[in-house]
Design a protein around this ligand. Structure first.
Ligand code: ADP
Length: 436
């Protein structure tokens, strides 16, 4: 039997039985009267509770769900439970939405949701910076109406979004930024449009390409020279001892130049590939300075007056090997760019609590327009002078890199024709005070 019918039967049957029994004992009228009274009470109870329910439905709030009585008590408590679960779900959804919107707002990328007809459904605040979209004003707008670049319009129409689109446009303070635009299809022909600033990566990529081109170029010249001599020597029918000796000497020079370049490249790559300093020990600076001085005297070979001034007994923490190479480059530059008879002063001092290593020369100096670029790889003011003196164009790049790993900066003061001072200025934290 249908459970609802059974319920009716179970409720009403005892009542009718009771009325029947009473009727048998006290007569039919009494039986019917009892039945009428009980039925009336039951109907009244139902109407009362239904009315409570109806009143509540007019403004169905959790707190005002009535208590009810009898079977209704059960109904209302069930309702209360459902309401509570619903409120919880709502709160969860709201939280998820807030979280999503916060993430969207914080994302460094532009995020735009498009419907199947490319109308803007939602976009994050970043989309304003990138595409000039207004999250409120442009909702429902056709995206190509706001983003009109022909490249983008074609990309959107192509329906092939495997690769992102790269466009150049003004962004933030940069008039010529590179932006990667990618469309991702999802759901029912809906689209997600993402915009990302890749200017930095583009620049890195250009630097990398330039670097490879520069290295190849630097190696090609000596190789061409070597190749030329080898060809001449091979083609000689009658070996000319003088010519052979001269050729071999020049070939050796080129080989030395190539190995110096490779040496510098390896140094650069070594300091670039290790993030942390190899050793953060106190450096025996006195010993290091002495060695530098000796090397300088040997390199100058009596052509310059070279003096070492140790004005503080403070030492440094860091990597002795790297510092030797950084300081050594400054000293060797001073010698190489100072004509015979010039002066070179190597100084170790403490200025306002900062350890400073400096090299002052009375050499050819550098014109102001070149100063900012001297530490770029392969940047040279005078290419042939640098080559003649055995330069690779990487010395100052190495120095700058080492110094930045030691929290120091390179200061350059120079006057064309008068001379230069290259100073490595360290942070006070790198200083190891002398023991007295
Ligand atoms: P290089 O191997 O060419 O010397 P560096 O990176 O050491 O490469 O230096 C870059 C350029 O800076 C040099 O080519 C030179 O033009 C300039 N320079 C460096 N040191 C000095 C100096 N003491 N006096 C004049 N010019 C210098």
């Amino acid at each position: 039997m249908n459970p609802h019918w059974r319920k009716i039967l179970v409720t009403l049957l005892p009542l009718f039985l009771l009325a029947g029994v009473v009727g048998l004992i006290g007569g039919r009228t009494v039986g019917i009267a009892i039945l009428a009274v009980v039925l009336t009470v039951m109907v009244a109870h139902q109407i009362y509770n239904l009315s409570l329910f109806r009143t509540w439905l007019a403004s169905p709030r959790m707190e005002t769900i009535p208590e009810g009585s009898g079977i209704w008590q059960h109904v209302f408590s069930q309702l209360r439970r459902m309401k509570r679960a619903q409120a919880q779900t709502e709160a969860d959804l709201k939280e998820a939405l807030t979280r999503f919107q916060k993430a969207g707002a914080a994302a460094p990328e532009a995020v735009v949701f498009l419907d199947q007809d490319n109308h803007i459904q939602w976009c994050n605040p970043r989309a304003k910076d990138y595409f000039g979209l207004d999250p409120h004003r442009d909702r429902g707008q056709q995206v190509t109406y706001v983003l009109r670049q022909p490249q983008f319009v074609d990309y959107l129409a192509s329906n092939d979004y495997t690769n992102p689109l790269t466009i150049r446009m003004p962004l933030g303070g940069n008039a010529d930024a590179t932006v990667s635009v990618q469309i991702v299809s999802y759901g029912d022909h809906e689209k997600l449009l993402l915009g990302r600033d890749i200017t930095k990566w583009e620049r890195l990529e250009t630097t990398r390409r330039d670097f490879v081109a520069n290295v190849s170029h630097e190696l090609r010249t000596p190789l061409t020279v070597l190749g030329g001599f080898l060809e001449t020597l091979t083609d000689m029918t009658e070996p000319d001892p003088d010519m052979t000796r001269r050729s071999l000497r020049l070939m050796t020079q080129q080989a030395v130049r190539m190995s110096r370049l490779v040496e510098d490249l390896l140094t650069l790559s070594r300091i670039e590939s290790t993030v942390a300093l190899p050793k953060e020990d106190p450096v025996d600076i006195e010993d290091l300075l002495d060695h530098l001085h000796q090397d300088a005297l040997a390199l100058s070979n009596g052509r310059h007056a070279i003096a070492l001034h140790v004005e503080t007994s403070d030492a440094l923490t860091g990597s002795a090997d790297e510092l030797r190479s950084a300081f050594g480059n400054l000293v060797s530059n001073a010698i190489r760019y100072t004509p015979e008879g010039g002066r070179i002063d190597i100084r170790w001092a403490s200025v306002d609590g900062r350890p400073v290593f400096s090299v002052t020369d009375t050499g050819i100096g550098v014109a102001p327009q070149h100063l900012d670029r001297l530490t770029e790889r392969f940047y040279r003011v005078d290419r042939s002078r640098s080559r003649e003196t055995g330069g690779t164009g990487l010395g100052l790049a190495i120095t700058k890199h080492v110094l930045s790993r030691h929290h120091a900066k390179l200061d350059i003061a120079s006057e064309l024709g008068k001379g230069s001072t290259f100073s490595a200025v360290f942070e006070p934290e790198q200083r190891v005070p002398a023991h007295h």
